[in-house]
Design a protein around this ligand. Structure first.
Ligand SMILES: [Zn+2]
Length: 520
């Protein structure tokens, strides 16, 4: 089997894509994401996999595949692999690269565990967005740089921060050159541990990784920088959609990708199928129009609750803020992400320091991380009048749109709003745990007397206050009929029935988790 695909995750479930493509024994991974569903079967926010046990907890639970040669050696217990030598998936692999489609955790989250010398090929925007995620994260994610561990008293502990630097992963980005600001952002250390930086490498638009040629196509998704990949193997082109859609403001990118992928006459199309049941998706422009109508009529405070890193939605609210003469008030994490996107040269991203519509909300905190401290100080120097605290909001609530979600609700205890408008502009609850979270959000909304727009609970996209990041049924049909692969492999989906319709056009294959499929 010279060329093969092995799906370690992302089959028959949404998210957690980890797809191994091999040619003559040399491999590439297409994404290496967190499978929240599988993790959630065993863990929650209070019970986490133990960092001091490295890979062990996730290997025991079969959440990470037992592949020798793939992971960080500092996370491997001595003798770890002997334990797995009889596992049906166990083998040694030689990985030349990770193709990262976008900066959502269900695609990038488990990069944390991978060898730090394997290049990650992605867009410049995704590279800097993942750096921003890690810089501002409070949990242990090591997407772009790792904190080396050492075995001490039987536990894998972080090395001394004074003597051992963070080690940065090599990221490759297709393009002729990389702007100075992007290098600056990428190589900036944000903790007291030094960063042993690894400059971003500009690579050719058809990058060479081992025996493979890799092309990256920008596509439309709910986070900027998302891409699809085409990989040339000795058996032909393998195309991978990542996550994409045809109803955002960048839909033309997805269509362009479809045309270019068709020209490659691909052997295989690995296609996402999160929402094939949706016939007519709500467009981002409709969401913006609906939100504008609500804010225009609102009298007191407005809270806009949209998913973290949904930058397109943030930009929609920025325009609304301008037109309704309110200040779009963001958290330090949001501002930091905007700065990352600007450094990547992402078009249309405002400069939070100079854009008169943007404010920064500062919460009282006993201790701040250095990145946050530095950001607030810099903002306070450049735009002191737009550095906002609870007292300012309480005094003139009608001047603000607060971009808050559940984890920012401590601020409501300081502001003590008396009514207002709450726009829930994020995804529906898709499991029991989320339903409970939504109940809690509803309790806060009711307690402070907000009027709610958008739907909490289960009601996919009917509210008109949220547009999904994923392609709808007719969009998938357009994609498959345009690209015309020989073999179609649906991933990131729970809907088998839908994909049956393509059986006349191509061979539809449902991969079995962990079993290699020959590409021939
Ligand atoms: Zn995504």
């Amino acid at each position: 089997m010279p060329v093969s695909l092995t799906f370690y995750d992302g089959t028959g479930c949404i998210g957690g894509n980890k797809i191994l493509l091999e040619d003559e024994g040399i491999g590439l991974f297409l994404d290496f994401g967190t499978n929240f569903g599988a993790e959630g079967l065993f863990f929650d926010e209070f019970l986490r996999p133990r960092a001091t046990f490295g890979l062990a907890d996730l290997l025991v639970l079969n959440i990470l595949p037992p592949l020798k040669g793939l992971y960080r050696s500092d996370l491997e217990y001595p003798g770890l692999w002997e334990k797995y030598s009889a596992h049906p998936w166990f083998r040694e692999v030689e990985i030349r690269g990770i193709l990262l489609s976008h900066a959502h955790f269900d695609h990038c989250g488990y990069l944390t565990y991978l060898r730090p010398d394997v290049p990650v090929l992605t867009s410049l925007t995704t590279a800097l967005a993942t750096k921003a995620l890690q810089d501002t994260s409070s949990s242990q994610v090591e997407l772009c740089y790792i904190t080396p561990r050492e075995l001490k008293d039987g536990l894998l502990r972080a090395t001394d921060y004074r003597s051992v630097p963070h080690q940065q992963r090599p990221f490759w980005v297709p393009g002729e050159s990389i702007p100075e600001e992007a290098h600056g952002f990428w190589e900036k250390a944000v903790t007291s541990r030094r960063l042993c930086s690894q400059p971003l490498k500009a690579c050719s638009s058809e990058a060479e990784l081992g025996p493979f040629r890799v092309r990256l196509f920008p596509v439309d998704h709910s986070i900027p920088g998302a891409g699809a990949f085409a990989v040339k193997t000795s058996a032909g082109w393998v195309v991978y959609t990542g996550d994409l859609r045809l109803h955002g403001k960048q839909a033309h990118l997805t269509r362009q990708f479809m045309q270019e992928a068709a020209r490659l006459k691909p052997k295989v199309l690995i296609c996402e199928g999160t929402h094939p049941e949706v016939e007519r998706p709500v467009h981002e422009q409709e969401v913006a129009a609906n939100c504008f109508e609500v804010v225009k009529k609102a009298e007191g405070l407005v809270i806009a609750d949209f998913g973290p890193r949904n930058v397109e939605r943030l930009l929609s609210f920025l325009e609304i803020a301008g037109e309704t003469e309110r200040l779009l008030t963001l958290t330090p994490k949001d501002i930091y992400l905007l700065e990352a996107l600007r450094a990547a040269g992402e078009p249309g991203i405002p400069d939070p320091m100079t854009d008169q519509r943007v404010a920064l909300y500062v919460r009282p905190k006993a201790l701040r991380k250095p990145w946050e401290e530095e950001l607030i100080a810099r903002f306070g120097e450049r735009a002191p009048e737009r550095l906002i605290d609870a007292a300012r909001v309480k005094f003139a609530p009608q001047d603000f749109i607060l971009c808050f979600s559940y984890y920012d609700f401590h601020a409501l205890l300081d502001i003590e709003p008396e009514g207002g408008t709450y726009i829930y502009s994020s995804s529906e609850a898709y499991d029991e745990e989320m339903l409970m979270d939504h109940e809690r959000v509803r309790n806060w909304i009711n307690f402070f007397g907000f009027r709610l727009y958008g739907t909490l609970g289960r009601d996919r996209e009917r509210s008109g206050f949220h547009a999904s990041g994923h392609i709808h049924g007719p969009g998938i049909e357009e994609l498959v009929e345009t690209v015309k692969p020989e073999v179609l492999i649906p991933v990131h989906t729970e809907n088998r029935e839908f994909f049956r319709r393509f059986e006349g056009i191509c061979r539809v294959v449902w991969p079995e988790r962990g079993r290699a499929l020959a590409v021939e």
